[in-house]
Design a protein around this ligand. Structure first.
Ligand code: PLP
Length: 547
């Protein structure tokens, strides 16, 4: 007699891809995926949202418990699809809120394949050719940004945050040798601009430096780090006997696409090494998780302009590559394929100019006795993660193979073109002004003013003159009201989803400037959607002014 559990086990076995080819079951598997996609399709409309966004029932969520009986693929699929109800469709041309993208189909297949065979990137024994893919991506990316691929090395990690963490961790070990073993034993600082990503607070905290160890350098009007202030602050830290674990240069900042001057930063670093006769070179990490992709334009012939971009777009591209082409000066950098290359989360590459520096954070082999009897590629010796997925790797590979340099140039170039078109409209209108005029990405931050305000002079006045504080606050409120109108309209299917930033930057007297933001990343955005933004903004102004 067979044991009672056997029938349940048989049912469960059917829910797995079969280890040995079984055409009938294989087509059941494919059909199950199709069913899920079909159900999702049923929720699509013209709006940038799947189905309807009902209020979330948090109280019901905490009542959940594990069911007694197993379920079926069909039921689980329908339930899972239900969890997508109300989600935003980031690839929709009427959604321009933030740096979130719709992954392209090949990278989705990359995710599926990786999940299907579940490689573990700790070593090549458990990932085989997927390990090779990681090495290929590191080499390809190194070459793209100008590192020597024969010396550089890279690993995928848990997000742009992870890439910054690796950069600072290696820098800390250089500045304060033995920290991996002994722990933090002397004061060390991390330097970044006030427009750098907030993940710096996390990594300073998690590395044991403490957020108080962050040195924040002010930015110039174009959102790039003020290199002279960097010099002053770095010198002050060194004079107090502190180590510099890392200087983080940001290329492009999240809100405005500000690009730090890496050449200038590296010069300051080198001069201070001499002046203080430092026994180490403070590590310069480039947070290029957004800006790296602009490297595809490094060798674009702006004069001949073979892709036929408009002059304004060419100027923006040239403005961006003017800084991005210096990425190779950094000791390490971060690339998010999920930010600028249309892959799903998480697909982030930490690149090190000299891969030998991974030794600084390597464990000794004796600490991992049960691993690594064979195999040659063993990133698990130095990665923070133990198990590491191949999902981001195959997604990135798929995306880069799909686009090629030309595909990225055409797609990013088009988005820059659309952003420039929006700026042209906004600058041309008496009621609106672009705040990040000197930044050249696909994000536009702008401000709307009530009738009677001279938008040619107000921006400067509000920024510099403390007498304008009340006026600034009044206009901040005005822009918040404009945003509320735009948001309500967009939610009802009229207009475009934009976002509001509560602090585009601080004025010279320390007050926050509220801005409206259009972040263009959908490849489907075209002139009609730009026009829709402009029309809605002007409509909002009329409504808000008369209310
Ligand atoms: C998004 C972002 C990060 C954080 O990256 P995640 O992938 O979200 O962890 C870091 N730096 C910059 C400049 C970013 O825009």
């Amino acid at each position: 007699m067979t044991a009672a559990y056997r029938s349940t086990l048989e049912q469960i076995r059917l829910a797995f891809p079969q280890p040995v080819s079984n055409p009938v079951h294989d087509s059941y598997f494919v059909h199950s995926i199709l069913r899920a996609l079909d159900l999702v399709d049923g929720m699509k409309s013209k709006l940038p949202i799947l189905g309807r966004a009902e209020p979330l029932d948090y109280a019901a969520a905490v009542q959940q418990q594990l069911a007694d009986a197993p379920s079926s693929i069909e039921k689980v699929t329908a339930e899972l699809v239900g969890y997508l109800e109300g989600i935003t469709v980031f690839g929709h041309p009427r959604w321009q809120e933030n740096v979130l993208t719709q992954p392209a189909i090949p990278s989705l297949i990359g995710v599926l394949l990786s999940a299907l065979y579940n490689p573990n990137l700790g070593w090549d024994h458990t990932s085989h050719k997927v390990a090779l893919a990681e090495l290929e991506l590191a080499a390809l990316s190194a070459r793209l940004i100008g590192y020597d691929p024969a010396q550089a090395g890279g690993i995928f990690t848990f997000g742009g945050t992870g890439t910054n963490l690796y950069g600072v961790k290696i820098g800390l070990e250089k500045a304060s040798p033995g920290t991996m073993q002994r722990g933090l034993h002397e004061p060390a600082v991390v330097i970044a601009s006030d427009a750098a990503h907030y993940c710096r607070y996390n990594l300073a905290g998690w590395l044991g430096l403490g957020a108080d160890a962050l040195v924040t350098v002010p930015t110039l009007g174009n959102n790039e780090m003020d290199v002279r202030q960097l010099e002053t602050q770095a010198r002050a830290a060194l004079a107090q006997g502190k180590k510099i674990a890392a200087i983080i240069a940001t290329l492009g900042t999240t809100d405005a696409f500000g690009l730090d001057n890496l050449g200038g930063i590296v010069e300051v670093r080198d001069a201070l090494v001499k002046e203080f006769q430092l026994p180490y070179r403070p590590h310069v990490h480039a947070d290029a998780v957004i800006g790296w992709a602009w490297s595809v334009f490094n060798d674009y012939d702006v004069e001949a302009n073979p892709l036929g971009f408009r002059r304004r777009t060419l100027r923006a591209i040239a403005g961006a590559t003017h800084q991005v082409r210096h990425l190779h000066l950094a000791d390490s950098l971060g690339i998010d394929f999920h930010k600028s290359a249309f892959t799903p989360y998480i697909s982030s590459l930490f690149l090190l100019k000299d891969r030998k520096e991974f030794d600084l954070i390597s464990r000794a082999k004796e600490q991992m006795p049960y691993l690594y009897q064979f195999g040659e590629y063993r990133p698990g010796m130095f990665t923070l993660e133990t198990s590491r997925a191949g999902v981001g790797i195959l997604a990135a590979l798929a995306s880069l193979r799909l686009f090629g340099k030309l595909g990225l140039q055409a797609t990013l170039g088009h988005l820059v073109e659309m952003a420039q078109l929006l700026r042209e409209h906004l600058e041309g209108h008496a009621a609106t002004t672009v705040l990040n005029r000197d930044n050249f990405g696909t994000v536009t931050i702008f401000r709307v003013y009530p009738p009677g305000v001279d938008t040619f002079t107000i921006k400067q006045q509000e920024f510099e003159d403390p007498v304008c504080r009340d006026l600034l606050h009044k206009h901040n409120d005005y822009n918040r009201r404009i945003y509320q109108y735009l948001h309500a309209e967009a939610a009802a299917g009229r207009g475009v989803m934009l976002s509001q930033t509560d602090c585009y930057r601080l004025t010279s007297y320390g007050a926050p400037i509220v801005g409206l933001k259009s972040y263009m990343l959908s490849p489907f955005i075209d002139e009609e959607h730009v026009q829709a933004v402009v029309d809605k903004v002007l409509e909002a102004r009329e409504r808000v002014t008369s209310s």
